[in-house]
Design a protein around this ligand. Structure first.
Ligand code: HEC
Length: 108
């Protein structure tokens, strides 16, 4: 009985390792779960303009090439692109987050 519990624990932790381990290709499902921090600006239907605090244009990111999206977000992160809100936001994202977002938005 005790032996079995230990085996289960070992199995569970090795699975955790596989899922949380090395950065892998973009995971669209994982990206979707994180989009609440993007949808306020990029999920606006009809016109792609933010309503708050000042109306300004936001690019439509859904359906763009995955590679392009990764490069664009990395650009805000490393400073080769510049935009006040996207710069700040990109700093908070990991490489894996960026790939996940790109995988999700490329297909949506
Ligand atoms: C506060 C509003 C706001 C939020 C939140 C926001 N964005 Fe943006 N995003 C913008 C604006 C405005 C631009 C255009 C910036 C520019 O002109 O460079 C932009 C540009 C982009 C671009 C480049 C698009 C292109 O066509 O070059 C990508 C990719 C992007 N955002 C992804 C995201 C992702 C992923 C998130 C969530 C993690 C997010 N954004 C959250 C406002 C926002």
């Amino acid at each position: 009985m005790k032996q079995k519990t230990i085996m289960n624990l070992l199995l569970a932790s090795s699975m955790l390792f596989v899922f949380s381990g090395v950065a892998h290709a973009g995971d669209a499902a994982a990206g979707k779960e994180k989009t609440s921090m993007c949808e306020g600006c990029h999920g606006i239907a009809g016109g792609y303009k933010t309503a708050f605090p000042v109306v300004y244009h936001v690019p439509k990111i859904g359906g763009q090439h995955e590679e392009y999206l990764v490069k664009a977000i990395q650009g805000y992160k490393d400073g080769t692109r510049s935009h006040p809100t996207m710069d700040a936001l990109a700093q908070t994202l990991t490489e894996q987050d960026i790939k996940d977002f790109a995988a999700y938005y490329a297909g949506n």
